[in-house]
Ligand binder design. Structure first.
Ligand SMILES: [Zn+2]
Length: 283
């Protein structure tokens, strides 16, 4: 399993919490990317997870992509060596078998396509691109009932429609089994059709949770949130359920935006849930 980072930005932790006692109790001892006391910021990492399991090479969430417009100050006109970083872990674009987007915000489906001769075309020509049908319908611009929100313009037409036109899209209803070890489950709220990938291998469970969590403070206090959820009460309920499940199962969480080492599991300390970064992910 590999993490392929596209880029990261520094975000004030105050957007989630400015409770200093809580920060010193639960955040200050985490690796520095989760909180820099000098700037009071955390690193918002934009990365993909790459799995090799059951004979498949699976890419989870595809970041923002190069040369995009209208994505906001920190995401427009990126020029990152994302595909070279994939190659550096031994994976070429044409060797990806499955692309799974937890949801269709711009920072999770951008590298689905790249530009060729002025058109957006699929980056991974041999992949099945899996989209949860509820999420697909949420953003489908040909559906006049649902519509993109203001911070996600052009994304469906640039990052999803060309995949459909190329015959590579697979709409799935949930839950959906990809292979004996991999299953997609619903994890709604951040977007209405938000989903997660579940891996069970040799008794170890790992959940690729997309944007169900943005920072470890939400593992202790699931009500904390960044702006922009489709359905905040449902997003909070999903977080609470995932926290309970991950504790019960000693499961690893692989979120989409956590700072280095980008993953971990949960523990209990002084009657509070806490984040334990890293661990034996290859176990
Ligand atoms: Zn995101």
């Amino acid at each position: 399993m590999d993490c392929v980072e596209e880029h990261h930005l520094n975000v004030p932790l105050a957007v989630l919490t400015d409770d200093d006692q809580f920060i010193s109790r639960r955040v200050a001892q985490l690796p520095s990317g989760f909180f820099d006391p000098a700037t009071r910021t955390f690193q918002f990492s934009n990365h993909s997870w790459l799995l090799r399991v059951d004979g498949l090479t699976v890419l989870v969430d595809t970041c923002t992509g190069n040369g995009r417009k209208g994505r906001g100050a920190f995401f427009d006109d990126l020029d990152t060596p994302y595909l070279e970083r994939l190659a550096a872990v031994g994976v070429s674009a044409d060797s990806i078998d499955v692309v799974f987007c937890t949801h269709l915000h711009h920072d999770h489906c951008g590298w689905n396509t790249t530009q060729a001769d002025g058109r957006w075309v699929p980056t991974f020509p041999n992949a099945d691109y899996l989209f949860a049908d509820e999420e697909y319908r949420r953003w489908d611009t040909s559906d006049s009932v649902r519509h993109p929100n203001e911070f996600n313009p052009n994304v469906f037409d640039e990052c999803v429609r060309p995949v459909v036109d190329a015959g590579l899209a697979k709409l799935i209803s949930l839950p959906h089994e990809i292979s004996p070890s991999l299953r997609v489950e619903s994890a709604p709220g951040h977007t209405v059709g938000h989903a997660m990938l579940c891996l069970v291998s040799d008794g170890v469970r790992a959940y690729f949770t997309g944007d169900a969590f943005h920072h470890p403070v939400q593992l202790t206090r699931p009500e904390l949130h960044l702006p922009g959820c489709d359905d905040l009460p449902t997003a909070i309920a999903t977080r609470q359920a995932l926290i309970t499940r991950a504790l019960d199962e000693s499961a690893f969480l692989f979120p989409a935006h956590f700072a280095t080492p980008h993953y971990g599991h949960l523990g209990i300390d002084r009657d509070e849930v806490c984040f334990v970064p890293g661990g034996a992910r290859d176990a």
